[in-house]
Design a protein around this ligand. Structure first.
Ligand SMILES: Nc1nc2c(c(=O)[nH]1)N[C@H]1C(S)=C(S)[C@@H](COP(=O)(O)O)O[C@H]1N2
Ligand SMILES: [Mo]
Length: 311
């Protein structure tokens, strides 16, 4: 996602391919061919999973990526722009004590201690696809709870229309923040109705374990039908607003990264196609699904909208 340096994308993918070409890749590559043909079929093994909404259009072999893949191939520019930088440097971030301030257009502004969040909002497993705007993807078994459970606690006012999420700012512990890679802190935002959607979660863990720092500990947003950059990490503030929040990537490159950033195979990034993606761990590209495969659940949020204009 580096801006104005088109060479970054191909080179990062070359590196990634080298990293993941191992025996396992070849074993899974065979499955990948079947996946392309089978894309769009609902996964039976997800269907019985408690309250979890079944992701529509999940491919048959849509099995979760490994712990290793999920925790060593990351985007978290606060720790550097390389995919391996977060795993290398994120241990420097101290995630306790930690508070999340929820304020703005709410009747009950509240500063939540992370320990209270962990005890008041029981988490459940949500296996979601993550589609990065850079045309790679993973499947991640998050532990999380619906963002709307937290928002309902603070009682949004009738003026609230958007929600802004702010990442911690701590240049001492986050070496990337000592450089002007992006304007810090990292800020992302959603419409309020997107935030209240049951698929939108705050995650505090993965694979049944505490969330590793490189994945956004102690608490990060996950919005599975949007490009990964919408899912802000290590959040310290959630603010409800009347106006569209100033989102980091949208501010630095508005013609490349829209406010909505819904996964859409038919709307290309100005410098590359979004039609296909490389699932980390697989050799062959697979087709990208509209709304990342969650269209059945979320398409109604965008009824009547021109999705090429509001990309
Ligand atoms: N604070 C912060 N949040 C962030 C980012 C970042 O650089 N800083 N990168 C985003 C991008 S581009 C992606 S694809 C996802 C990656 O999440 P993961 O590393 O847990 O897979 O985090 C998103 N959240
Ligand atoms: Mo991303």
């Amino acid at each position: 996602m580096l801006i104005k340096r088109p060479s970054d994308i191909p080179s990062s993918e070359v590196t990634a391919e080298r990293d993941f070409v191992n025996r396992r890749t070849f074993l899974r590559a065979a499955a990948g061919v079947g996946a392309i043909a089978a894309a769009g079929v609902t996964v039976p093994w997800l269907a019985g999973r408690g309250e979890q909404p079944v992701p529509a259009g999940a491919a048959l072999d849509d099995e979760p990526n490994s712990w290793e893949e999920i925790t060593t191939y990351n985007n978290f520019y606060e720790f550097g722009t390389g995919k391996g930088d977060p795993a290398k440097h994120a241990h420097m971030l101290q995630t306790r004590p930690w508070t999340v301030r929820v304020d703005g257009e709410v009747h009950k502004p509240t500063v939540f201690d992370i320990e209270d969040i962990l005890t008041s909002f029981p988490t459940e497993e949500r296996i979601y696809r993550l589609r990065c705007v850079e045309a790679w993807s993973m499947v991640i078994p998050w532990q999380g709870f619906a963002l709307r459970d937290l928002l309902n606690k603070v009682e949004p006012t009738s003026h609230a229309r958007y929600v802004e999420f702010t990442t911690v700012q701590n240049p001492q512990q986050m070496p990337g923040q000592r450089r002007a890679i992006l304007p810090w802190p990292y800020v992302e935002g959603l419409r309020l109705d997107e935030s209240m959607h049951p698929l939108t979660i705050l995650s505090t863990g993965l694979y049944g374990k505490t969330l590793p720092n490189q994945n956004g500990a102690p608490i990060r947003l996950v919005v599975p039908w949007k490009y990964g950059f919408k899912s802000g990490k290590s959040i310290v503030r959630i603010r409800l607003t009347r106006e569209v929040p100033a989102c980091t990537w949208n501010v630095v490159a508005p013609n490349e990264y829209g406010f909505f950033a819904n996964v859409n195979p038919s709307v290309d990034h100005p410098r590359w196609s979004q039609a296909r993606e490389r699932r980390i761990g697989e050799l062959f590209r697979r087709p990208t699904l509209m709304f990342n495969g969650y269209g059945e659940q979320v398409a109604s949020l965008y009824g009547g909208m021109d999705l090429e204009r509001f990309f």
